[in-house]
Design a protein around this ligand. Structure first.
Ligand code: ZN
Ligand code: ZN
Ligand code: ZN
Length: 400
C-alpha cells in the first residue's frame, strides 16, 4: 500500500455492550481505539503482538507517509559521529552579537536598545517583496516560477544568554504576542498566502548565534509541508466527517501514553508516527486554524506549555536541547471555518545523548524514515524529567 491509497484496517464491529460502556465516545473514535489496541499489543489472531519488540511501520496521517520503527536496534553500540557538547555559558550581553540591543547589524543598521522583543527584516533574506513575476515555459520537466516573500527575524529577549526554556512565562507570553502581531501584519499583504513562524535552536540545527531568536517567512504560495497537510485535513474531513487533529487529541487523551505535557488549552505529545527520536506535536485543544484566534487565556497557556516542554527537553540530557520548531496555521485568505487545526512541530535531532544526533541518510533518504526508540519510550523519558530547569537547581525560591 502506498501513502495516498492507505486505509486503516476496517473498523472492528462494536458490540452493544462496548457502546454502552462509554456512551460519550463517537462510534468512529471507539472503533479506531479498538483497532489501535489491537495494533498496540492486544491480541491479534490469537497472539499477543507487542509493537515494542518487533520492526513495524506506522502511518503519519498528516504527511500521508510511513515511518519504519525498529525497536530491537535501540541497544546497538554507537560507533558513529559524536558532536562536541553544546555550550551552556553564553554571556548576558555579547558586544559582537548582531542581535543584542544597541549593536550594529549588516550594512551599518543599529538595533534599538529593546527591552522585551524586537523584530526586523532579515538583512540577508531568502525571499524579497520586489521579485518580478516570471515563469519558465517550453517544457513540463523544467518548471520554475518567481516567488515573492518577506523574511523577518524575531528576537525573543534582549538577554543573549536565555532560551525559551529559561525565560519567565510572562516573557514567553510577550513572544507569543509578537508572533501574532508579526503574523497579522504579514497576512495583511494581499499577495501573501502563507507564513511560517519558526525557530532553529543550536549549532546542530544550523543556528550559529545563541541569542534567542526565531524567524517568520511569508510566501506567495503555500509551501510543500502545509500544502500536504491541508490535503490530509480535507481528506480526513471528507471521509470521517471530523477534524483529523481533534480526533487525534481525543485518542491521545484517552490513551494517555504519549502526552508529554498539557494544560487547559494545549496538548504536547510524541506523536504515534514521530520520525525524530524526541519529536513532539503541540496542538490546541480547541479547533482553531491560526494563532490570532487564540483568546487571552489561551495565549498564556501557549506560553506556559512552551516553557514546560522546552524545559523538559533541556533536562533530558542536562544541556541546551537543539531543535527546529514551527507553527502550521491555516493558509491566509481562506475561510476561518475550514478544516485546518493549529499546531506546532518540534523536531530535535538528538538521539541518545547531548552529543549523538540522528542522521537522515541511506535508507531514510532513499526509502522511508526510520527510528529505533519507540515514540512511547521517548514520551516516557520526557515524562520522567522535571519541569524545573536544571540550571535553576542551585537557585532557591525561584518561582515561575
Ligand atoms: Zn545577542
Ligand atoms: Zn480540529
Ligand atoms: Zn504540520
Amino acid at each position: 500500500m502506498r501513502g495516498r491509497s492507505f486505509k486503516l484496517p476496517p473498523p472492528v464491529k462494536l458490540s452493544t455492550t462496548e457502546d454502552t460502556e462509554d456512551s460519550e465516545g463517537k462510534p468512529h473514535e471507539k472503533a479506531f481505539l479498538r483497532v489501535f489496541r489491537v495494533l498496540c499489543g492486544g491480541e491479534f489472531a490469537g497472539r499477543v503482538v507487542p509493537l515494542k519488540d518487533h520492526p513495524h511501520r506506522r502511518f503519519n496521517p498528516l504527511r500521508q507517509e510511513w515511518v519504519l520503527v525498529s525497536p530491537h536496534r535501540n541497544d546497538r553500540p554507537w560507533q558513529g559521529h559524536v558532536d562536541p557538547p553544546p555550550s551552556d555559558d553564553a554571556p548576558v550581553f555579547d558586544p559582537s552579537c548582531y542581535l543584542c540591543p544597541g549593536n550594529e547589524r549588516a550594512q551599518g543598521v543599529r538595533n534599538p536598545r529593546y527591552t522585551s522583543t524586537f523584530a526586523f527584516d532579515n538583512d540577508f533574506p531568502a525571499l524579497m517583496k520586489t521579485t518580478p513575476a516570471f515563469a519558465s515555459s517550453g517544457s513540463d520537466l523544467l518548471v520554475a516560477r518567481a516567488e515573492r516573500g518577506v523574511c523577518r527575524v524575531v528576537c525573543f529577549s534582549p538577554r543573549h544568554d536565555l532560551t525559551l526554556a529559561r525565560m519567565e512565562t510572562s516573557a514567553l507570553r510577550a513572544v507569543v504576542d509578537m508572533w501574532m502581531a508579526e503574523y497579522q501584519s504579514l497576512a495583511a499583504l494581499p499577495w501573501v498566502q502563507y507564513a511560517i513562524v519558526f525557530e532553529n535552536r543550536g549549532p546542530m540545527m544550523g543556528a550559529s548565534n545563541p541569542h534567542p531568536h526565531g524567524q517568520i517567512w511569508a510566501t506567495e504560495t503555500i509551501p510543500n509541508e502545509p500544502a500536504r497537510e491541508q490535503d490530509a485535513f480535507a481528506r480526513h474531513r471528507a471521509t470521517h466527517g471530523e477534524c483529523l487533529l481533534c480526533a487525534y487529541a481525543g485518542l491521545e487523551t484517552r490513551l494517555a501514553e504519549r502526552i508529554v505535557c498539557e494544560n487547559d488549552a494545549f496538548l504536547a505529545v510524541v506523536p504515534f508516527w514521530a520520525v525524530w527520536p524526541f519529536e513532539t506535536l503541540l496542538f490546541s485543544r480547541r479547533h482553531i486554524g491560526s494563532l490570532h484566534e487564540l483568546h487571552d487565556a489561551e495565549r498564556d497557556a501557549l506560553a506556559d506549555v512552551l516553557r514546560r516542554l522546552f524545559t523538559r527537553y533541556d533536562n533530558l540530557f542536562e544541556a541546551p536541547f537543539p531543535y527546529s520548531m514551527g507553527f502550521h496555521q491555516q493558509p491566509i485568505h481562506q475561510p476561518a471555518d475550514g478544516d485546518w487545526h493549529l499546531h506546532a512541530h518540534v523536531y530535535p535531532p538528538l538521539m541518545r545523548s547531548a552529543t549523538i544526533r540522528k542522521w537522515i541518510v541511506g535508507f531514510e533518504l532513499l526509502g522511508s524514515p526510520q527510528r529505533d526508540l519507540t515514540p512511547e519510550a521517548a514520551a516516557s523519558r520526557l515524562q520522567e524529567v522535571s519541569e524545573r530547569h536544571y540550571s535553576l537547581r542551585a537557585t532557591q525560591g525561584v518561582a515561575r
